[in-house]
Design a protein. Structure first.
Length: 446
């Protein structure tokens, strides 16, 4: 009996121990579940993935969003804009309405645009645009980084909107919108729009209401002011060069000149008789041609029968826009003579140690190849200054030639300052400065 009682007591103690163990494990499981729920749902108010449909339902925007902004945030002062699906959907409609007003088109969209804000993309990465044909028409996908510059965002949305307009009559072949058109219209709208095309993030939050403060000047500015300042000292791209594919990555100075040239070119096309309707006709023609030049000539056949006529018109536009007076310009032979004199500056040269230096003219290539960098920099600075002054007396046909010489020498200064002034001794492997000198001399010879 005693043994049975002992066994019962032992079993009861074991059962009690098991009960406490199970209760403890249940408590730990509940606590772990609470922690997981807190980590998931606690982070949700700060970064949710949300899908937003724009007011016209053309744009479907999806991406992470913040439930509220911090008080007195400085987002509006940032160079980059943090994209939020709610605000981005409104910005897409704003940009579309501004483009439609400029082209005097009704909102008869056919292709839906799916905009994805992807945290996987690097900051300020260029928008990725994909067009896909379906049985009922075309659809478009735009992938954007979480942080991006406002002009780059406008440029990407303008490009997909132009693509959507061009593909409304297309079959299975998508249109190829030239870069000068999308960039020119983007700059034109950014500089001339009276309202902000891209809404910034709210700056304050009061009682769950997001508030932003914006102040705008009542005086309208010249939308071509920056382009004029750029093109007065940098040669605008010709019509043929506007259609050439830019290198990747494109140098900053080249890109700024391309932007100014494209903006001026598009703004002048819009000023032609029936310019807006003709530009829209060109968009509709793009899917039916293998290159945009053929579509351009077909749409502008009354104004420009040949590509040469476009170049002549563009040269006249540049003369009037940059303030150059063709009646006061030198003739072509005089300009070429002045250019040759500028590229062969006078210098003191000695043929031997015991002989007195003699004044002679050396070419820019000889100075770059044979002189030490500090000495040649002084002389070549005078050459670039003289070329800049020559520009205001140069006829339109030779302006680009004069500017190319000046730009080549100025770029040589920038690169030589980076690689250093030292060059290798005879018989030793070439240094970076030697390779740079060789490339610049070859470029000047060309």
């Amino acid at each position: 009996m005693a043994d049975g009682a002992s066994r019962r007591e032992a079993c009861g103690a074991s059962a009690a121990t098991d009960g406490r163990y199970k209760q403890a494990m249940k408590t730990i499981a509940v606590m772990a579940g609470s922690l997981i729920a807190y980590s998931v749902f606690g982070a949700a108010p700060y970064e949710l993935v949300r899908t937003v449909r724009s007011s016209t339902s053309q744009f479907i925007v999806r991406g992470p969003t913040f439930s509220q902004v911090q008080t007195n945030s400085s987002v509006a002062d940032s160079t980059w804009l943090e994209l939020d699906p709610n605000i981005l959907a409104v910005s897409c409609e704003r940009i579309k309405q501004a483009l439609l007003r400029e082209l005097t088109l009704p909102d008869l969209w056919r292709g839906r645009v799916y905009v994805e804000v992807s945290p996987a993309l690097s900051t300020n990465q260029a928008p990725i645009i994909v067009a896909k044909p379906y049985l009922d028409g075309w659809q478009y996908r735009v992938e954007l980084p979480r942080w991006i510059e406002r002009p780059k965002l406008v440029r990407g949305l303008i490009q997909v909107l132009l693509l959507e307009i061009a593909n409304r009559r297309a079959g299975l072949r998508s249109a190829e919108v030239p870069l000068w058109l999308s960039e020119g219209l983007s700059q034109h709208l950014i500089q001339s729009s009276e309202a902000d095309l891209v809404l910034p993030q709210p700056q304050w939050n009061f009682n769950r209401v997001n508030i932003s403060w914006q102040a705008r000047q009542g005086i309208r500015r010249d939308p071509l002011k920056e382009a004029r300042e750029r093109l007065q000292f940098h040669a605008a791209l010709s019509f043929a060069k506007l259609g050439v594919t830019l290198p990747d990555p494109v140098p900053e100075e080249t890109w700024k000149t391309f932007q100014a040239s494209a903006q001026l070119f598009v703004s002048q096309l819009l000023l032609l008789p029936g310019g807006r309707a003709t530009l829209v006709e060109m968009l509709y023609e793009l899917p039916f041609y293998l290159n945009w030049q053929s579509a351009f000539l077909n749409a502008y056949r009354l104004q420009f029968p040949r590509l040469l006529d476009v170049e002549k018109w563009w040269a006249v536009v540049l003369v009037h826009f940059t303030g150059l007076d063709p009646t006061q310009a030198w003739s072509i032979p005089v300009t070429l003579q002045k250019l040759e004199e500028a590229l062969q500056p006078p210098a003191l040269v000695s043929t031997g140690r015991k002989e007195m230096p003699q004044r002679a003219r050396l070419s820019v290539q000889q100075i770059i190849s044979g002189w030490d960098y500090l000495r040649q920099r002084i002389v070549l600075k005078g050459v670039t200054t003289q070329l800049l002054l020559m520009r205001f007396k140069t006829p339109p046909e030779l302006v680009s030639l004069v500017d190319e010489y000046r730009t080549t020498i100025e770029n040589y200064f920038k690169q030589r300052d980076q690689v250093g002034a030292a060059r290798s001794l005879p018989g030793l492997p070439p240094m970076r400065a030697d390779l740079l000198v060789r490339d610049v001399v070859r470029r000047l010879d060309e």
